[in-house]
Write a protein that binds this ligand. Structure first.
Ligand SMILES: NC(=O)c1ccc[n+]([C@@H]2O[C@H](COP(=O)([O-])OP(=O)(O)OC[C@H]3O[C@@H](n4cnc5c(N)ncnc54)[C@H](OP(=O)(O)O)[C@@H]3O)[C@@H](O)[C@H]2O)c1
Length: 191
């Protein structure tokens, strides 16, 4: 049976993932401000689809409700000037793992645009989504979920590899906005 997925954040990403997961047959709940704890208590997998700057607030709200659960971090840690806020020696996902001790944090979906998050496809072609996490079962659950939406889900190993997945997400943003390629783009790993 498919797991219950709680999505924190009702923006572009949260809404698109909900559409994709609903279509794939998952039971989902999506929430905005003030609803994180109740949604996380209900869910078996929790998706953090909020700005990285909100993680401290959301983390406090979640408290121990995510203990033992898979938490998928979708954030791209950006500065106000649109730079990458963190990298090389740590990552947003690793910082979230420190904050949510007891949760099984997995990084994923940050390297693709929201416009393909309900299908896993860009211009009809499956795009690759690297997924990293230290807990094997949690990483596998996230890989399954990504594949069920329609992505080419790539097992990217331990959570520390989030440093490079976040850099890839940043390159995606650079290409989409600064290089003006638009958001109808995505990376494909040939394997
Ligand atoms: N957009 C993309 O293509 C894309 C792609 C990959 C990754 N990401 C990452 O995904 C995350 C979400 O991006 P987005 O584009 O969906 O942003 P967005 O459209 O601005 O949505 C963010 C949502 O989070 C909600 N939120 C903020 N603080 C919250 C809190 N404390 N509790 C519950 N909800 C809260 C916001 O609510 P309010 O409206 O009340 O502020 C808003 O609905 C970001 O970390 C971003 O870097 C985005």
């Amino acid at each position: 049976m498919k797991q219950k997925v709680a999505i924190i954040g009702k923006g572009n990403v949260g809404a698109a993932l909900k559409r994709g997961l609903d279509r794939a047959g998952y039971e989902t709940k999506i929430t905005g401000r003030g609803g994180a704890r109740a949604a996380a208590e209900w869910g078996e997998i929790i998706i953090l689809a909020v700005p990285y700057s909100e993680i401290e607030t959301v983390g406090k709200e979640l408290g121990d409700s995510v203990k033992g659960k898979t938490v998928i971090d979708v954030t791209n840690p950006l500065t106000k000037e649109f730079g990458l806020a963190i990298g090389f020696t740590t990552s947003a996902a690793e910082e979230i793992q420190k904050r949510l001790a007891g949760a099984k944090v997995v990084k994923g979906f940050n390297s693709v645009f929201a416009s393909c998050m309900d299908s896993g496809k860009v211009k009809g072609e499956r795009v690759s989504v690297p997924i990293a996490g230290n807990d094997d079962a949690a990483r596998k659950a996230a890989l399954q979920l990504a594949g069920d939406i329609g992505f080419d889900a790539v097992d990217a190993g331990p959570l520390s590899n989030s440093r490079w997945i976040e850099a890839l997400g940043y390159l995606n943003i650079q290409l989409g906005f600064m290089q003006k390629m638009g958001t109808d783009i995505g990376f494909k790993l040939v394997h």
